[in-house]
Design a protein around this ligand. Structure first.
Ligand code: PDD
Length: 295
């Protein structure tokens, strides 16, 4: 074990058993390692319960189907999650569900894989600081896309596969520009989503977010926010958006399962929402918080 390993808290489910996270190892012949030939989901617990687990399992199965891969049964995954969460014993957990196509002789042919390998990483959730929710973040619009609708599986926006290189490089660029999150674009430069989040704008009291046809992952938080806003008489439009729309927005925010809703107050050099989380954003944050804690 090296020095970095000893700092890895949490537990991992691998090959049918719970082990300390620092000791968990994936064989080098696993295709997840060799080719990114895997699918994954990330969720969190609220008060000890995995939040929106069935929706995440739906999406996991959908991603797997799109890459002609099978995943273990829901009962098997649920039982593994329960056992691993219990072993960590913390109310607020980060849960990463990974299914690789399995290991086998080197070669691209998926028939070389033995059997899908389920891996769970469960750790105390490291949530954004209070400061991030109260003061908002800066984003950078980067000239990269993760998604080519109708393109190969590793760029199909609806496949949450282990191949995230486009997003990795987008985050590197965002960090160089001092930003918290990278906003990706499509082939003609319209904004689609964050590197690991969805994006929303507020204009004249209405919420707008790019449509799925723009090429983005249908976030589970995105879907919930749309539902909660409409239920509470806040209009939501799904419309293509350009970087200039973001720069001119009254307010903007990001959504993802672990972070929830994060206000945006700066887009590259431009301040938006007067540099403070806006009124509609704060309303949506409070609706989401109520919804999550009531479930
Ligand atoms: N990412 N878009 C992309 C490209 C994502 O990777 C994610 C999630 C989202 C938001 O989806 P959801 O609301 O279902 O979390 C949008 C997870 C959090 C991750 O990779 O860690």
């Amino acid at each position: 074990m090296n020095a970095a390993d000893s700092k890895i808290a949490g537990k991992v489910w691998i090959d049918g058993a719970v082990v300390d996270a620092a000791l968990a190892r994936v064989p080098v012949f696993d295709r997840g390692f060799l080719y990114g030939d895997s699918v994954y989901e990330v969720l969190r617990t609220f008060d000890g319960h995995p939040f929106a687990l069935e929706e995440h399992l739906d999406r996991l199965e959908g991603s797997a189907a799109r890459i002609e891969m099978s995943v273990p049964s829901r009962d098997e995954i649920r039982a593994a999650i329960d056992a691993t969460c219990l072993a960590v014993g913390h109310p607020d957990l980060y849960i990463r569900i990974v299914v690789t196509r399995g290991a086998g002789e080197i070669g691209l042919d998926p028939a070389l894989a033995d059997a899908p390998r389920l891996i769970l990483i469960v750790r105390p959730a490291s949530l954004p600081s209070k400061e991030i929710y109260e003061s908002g973040v800066k984003v950078a619009v980067v000239g990269r896309s993760r998604s080519i609708p109708g393109g190969p599986a590793n760029t199909d926006p609806q496949v949450k596969s282990g191949n995230y290189l486009g997003s990795v490089l987008a985050v590197a660029e965002a960090r160089r520009r001092g930003a918290y999150e990278a906003i990706l674009g499509d082939a003609v430069g319209r904004i689609t989503e964050g590197s690991s989040s969805n994006i929303f704008l507020v204009r004249g009291g209405r919420i707008t977010t790019p449509p799925l046809s723009s090429g983005l992952l249908e976030g589970i938080t995105r879907r919930t926010v749309i539902h909660l806003a409409r239920k509470n008489s806040i209009a939501v439009d799904e419309q293509p958006l350009w970087p200039a729309d973001l720069a001119r927005a009254d307010e903007a925010f990001l959504t993802s399962s672990v972070r929830g809703i994060v206000p945006i107050v700066r887009v590259d050099g431009i301040q938006i929402a007067g540099g403070r989380p806006g009124e509609v954003t704060r309303r949506v944050m409070s609706l989401y918080q109520q919804f999550a804690s009531a479930r």
